[in-house]
Design a protein around this ligand. Structure first.
Ligand code: PLP
Length: 401
């Protein structure tokens, strides 16, 4: 009568969404100011001024039928050219408008790319911890998902495990740096070694293995950390980008797919991207958003606020005795659960109105994700609750370097 798979996806929302909804319900019961919701990655910092300024000036300048009309299916040519030029200037690359396909954010970039690449029997490798929707997107496109656990100490890719996981069926891997949920930025050393493994495996199996770089957090890094541009390390790299987080525009749904010329059969893959976009109805990303992008390239929301939030939480957690590493990017902290069962820890946290996400759905049990793209003032008010929770587990002092 209907698709059971789709029913299952619709009937059971993600754990993150469930906790977020619980938070809204709880806020209506006890007041918003008494709930400390660290569940969702909805940017708390406003979009930079240039976004609204550009929208206002384009409304004045461009006829409504153009501004709100269809662009070409792959996206406006001038917007794609501006993005290519910006990337070339920033990363010393040689892209053109023809390498770019405009999308409704990273989710669309990923679903289109998976659909464009997947043939029957293909496998995709995800590194855990991973953004839970990857599994949904990849399996819906027909991929068999294989998970490789990151190194427990560094949360960088475990290169030995990665090498062992690649087979002649491996069509793609997904790399997300800065990472949701760990905040880890992959080091250049890890990337170089990972790409060497990929090249060797391609030679061994006579196959093509695509590196899908999911990059919505690229610009969200603190303390001058370098985020290597992956197309420069491995030819078969396809970039899935989104402006959702860098410009604080998650509701406006704008991003792109980049298929560089260096990708094997690049022109054909680009056509497959167009075909996947067409098949899934993802043509012509929101026009108004496309038109503002050339004016906003290289701009970000004020990310110093996220850095302040991160430092506030990391310092407090160390003081209370939690085990947590200071992440380099994104706006998430990955805190070790003081008991093995992270879901049970999250239930205890709820008693103090702290809403945290257990790491099981990220494929990496035993941790919780804390999304710190929230108001700094809420973090300050939440600290006594975190302290009481630590006391319940008899945690003491700085137990983490
Ligand atoms: N990839 C990762 C790692 C994310 O964290 C998210 C959203 O939180 C997405 C993709 C989807 O981003 P978008 O809102 O641009 O579709």
């Amino acid at each position: 009568m209907f698709s059971k798979n789709m029913y299952e996806l619709g009937a059971h929302s993600s754990v993150i969404r469930e906790i977020f909804e619980y938070g809204k319900k709880r806020a209506s019961e006890i007041g918003k100011e008494n709930v400390f919701d660290f569940s969702i990655g909805n940017p708390s910092v406003p979009a930079p001024e240039i976004v609204n300024e550009t929208i206002n000036s384009l409304i004045e300048k461009i006829p409504s039928t153009v501004l709100h009309g269809y662009t070409s299916a792959v996206g406006d040519a001038d917007t794609r050219k501006a993005i290519a030029e910006y990337l070339n200037k920033t990363y010393e690359t040689k892209f053109t408008a023809n390498n770019l396909y405009m999308t409704c954010g990273a989710a669309a970039s990923l679903t289109i790319t998976f659909k464009a690449l997947c043939e029957e029997g293909d496998e995709v490798i995800l590194f855990a911890p991973y953004f839970p929707e990857y599994k949904v997107f990849a399996e819906t496109a027909g991929f068999k998902v294989k998970t490789v656990m990151c190194d427990k100490n560094t949360l960088q890719v475990d290169l030995n495990a990665f090498e062992k996981a690649i087979t002649d069926k491996t069509k793609a891997i997904v790399v997300n740096s800065p990472n949701n949920p760990s905040g880890v930025v992959l080091s250049e050393k890890t990337i170089v070694e990972m790409c060497n493994i990929l090249r060797n495996k391609q030679d061994e199996f006579g196959s093509e293995i695509f590196l899908i770089a999911d990059e919505p957090y690229r610009e969200l890094v603190y303390d001058d950390v370098n985020v290597p541009y992956l197309t420069k390390y491995y030819d078969n790299t396809i970039v899935c980008y989104s402006f959702s987080k860098s410009l604080s525009l998650p509701g406006d749904r704008i991003g792109y797919i980049l298929v560089p010329d260096e990708v094997r059969q690049s022109a054909m893959i680009y056509k497959a991207v167009c075909g996947a976009g067409r098949a899934m109805g993802y043509v012509c990303a929101p026009s108004l958003m496309q038109f503002i992008i050339p004016y906003c390239l290289g701009k970000t929301a004020d990310i110093s606020i996220y850095k302040k939030n991160r430092d506030l939480l990391v310092d407090a957690f160390k003081k209370y005795g939690y085990t947590v590493a200071k992440p380099d990017g994104a706006f998430y902290l990955f805190l070790k659960s003081p008991e093995e069962n992270a879901a049970s820890f999250c239930e205890k946290a709820k008693k103090y109105e702290l809403l945290l996400v257990p790491s099981d759905s990220f494929g990496f049990p035993g941790y919780v994700r804390i999304s710190y793209c929230v108001m700094t003032e809420m973090i300050e008010r939440s600290l006594p609750a975190f302290e009481k929770l630590a006391k319940e587990y008899n945690l003491t002092g700085e137990n983490n370097g």
